[in-house]
Design a protein around this ligand. Structure first.
Ligand code: HEM
Ligand SMILES: *[C@@H]1O[C@H](CO)[C@@H](O)[C@H](O)[C@H]1NC(C)=O
Ligand SMILES: CC(=O)N[C@H]1CO[C@H](CO)[C@@H](O)[C@@H]1O
Length: 317
């Protein structure tokens, strides 16, 4: 138990980590992220999802950004990434370039800190969510493999037990998982991720999901007809798709969660009280979200010889 504790929590993350190294780093990153956000809204959901996948696969080490080279297929080329929008990667690359343009900051700030802490925080705030102080001091990881992805990411058809255990493996509680799921208040999903819920494909194997609001299911069938172009993606929050807020939980109360993994948070009696609480208390939701984001940011942090600062976020030095 003690060894485990040291391995995962010895990293000394702290708020003022770059105070003497690159004192203005948070403003530099915020300006770069804001510029990118003003060009395209997708910056927000794409970056937020990239943060989650990076930390859940092999710790918050920016290994998700690394491009495959030669025979080494990197994390980002796993099929589960098909939907990681390129704008999330681009946000980190641009923010890193802005940091490196300042001579004293050049090659002193990790890609992991830029993505995991600063950019993820900034996009939530830009989309109307809360802002908060972040912990810094992560190094970038030294490997990125396809295999590391397997079994670590939640899938849209997971039930509450499966979701809870995947998050528990990373030191997060069920309530953390519920609060974090509100990230689906922003962004898009491809039709194939939920089509089983709205069509009766091969009865009795797939039945229209009875926990889904019938009007919503009809709307989804309209936007995602059978044999739809696989590139079509639709808003995950049909009510306030461009605002990071607790509407996500109100939607669940109306049977308007897009994935099984969303709707189950309300249909399962064990998690319903938390959904109801977050639905009626925006501030309570924000506090829970901030606390859970901070915990995700501590997963598998690299320090010392276990990492370095990548010159190019997309390639190992
Ligand atoms: C709880 C289990 C979760 C499952 C099963 C899940 C699954 C998914 C799936 C299937 C998509 C749609 C992908 C596509 O078709 O393009 C998606 C999108 C997204 N997810 Fe999750 N996710 C989960 C948790 C999270 C968490 C914790 C975060 C961040 C804190 C997050 C952030 C996002 C965002 C922002 C998008 C939209 C991406 C975009 O528009 O580019 N998800 N998620
Ligand atoms: C379906 O959604 C609408 C809002 O779009 C809501 O008024 C209605 O109560 C919902 N129905 C159920 C069964 O939750
Ligand atoms: C954004 C990104 O790099 N997506 C990749 C995810 O994985 C697929 C292969 O499964 C690639 O084709 C995508 O380019």
């Amino acid at each position: 138990i003690y060894v485990y504790f040291l391995k995962w929590h010895s990293a000394q993350l702290r708020r003022n980590y770059y105070a003497n190294i690159c004192p203005n780093v948070e403003n530099i990153v915020r300006n770069a992220v804001t510029k990118k956000f003003q060009q395209t809204f997708v910056t927000a959901p794409a970056t937020l999802r990239l943060f989650f996948h990076d930390c859940f696969i092999q710790g918050c080490d920016a290994s998700i950004i690394v491009a495959s080279s030669g025979n080494n297929k990197a994390e980002k080329d796993h099929p589960d990434n098909l939907s990681l929008a390129g704008d999330g990667f681009d946000t980190v690359i641009k923010a890193k370039a802005a940091v490196d343009a300042v001579p004293r900051c050049r090659n002193k700030v990790s890609c992991a800190d830029i993505l995991v802490a600063m950019a993820a925080r900034d996009v939530v705030a830009l989309a109307g969510g809360p802002s908060y102080a972040v912990e810094l001091g992560r190094l970038d990881g030294l490997s990125s493999t396809l295999a590391s992805v397997n079994g670590n990411l939640p899938e849209p058809d997971h039930n509450l037990n499966k979701l809870t255990s995947l998050f528990a493996k990373r030191g997060l509680t069920r309530n953390d998982m519920i609060a974090l799921s509100a990230a689906h208040s922003l962004g898009f999903s491809h039709c194939d991720k939920f089509s089983k819920r709205v069509y009766n494909f091969l009865p009795p194997r797939y039945k229209m999901d009875p926990t889904m609001n019938k009007t919503y299911a009809k709307q989804l069938r309209g936007m995602c007809p059978k044999n739809v172009d696989p590139r079509v993606a639709i808003n995950m929050d049909p009510v306030t798709p461009r605002t990071f807020d607790n509407q996500y939980f109100k939607n669940l109360q109306n049977g308007m969660g897009l994935f099984t993994s969303d709707q189950v948070l309300y249909s399962d009696k064990r998690s319903r009280p938390a959904v109801n609480f977050y639905a009626q208390n925006q501030k309570g939701f924000e506090n829970a979200f901030i606390s859970a984001m901070t915990k995700v940011g501590r997963i598998g942090v690299r320090t010392g010889a276990k990492g370095n600062i990548r010159r190019n976020c997309a390639a190992f030095n």
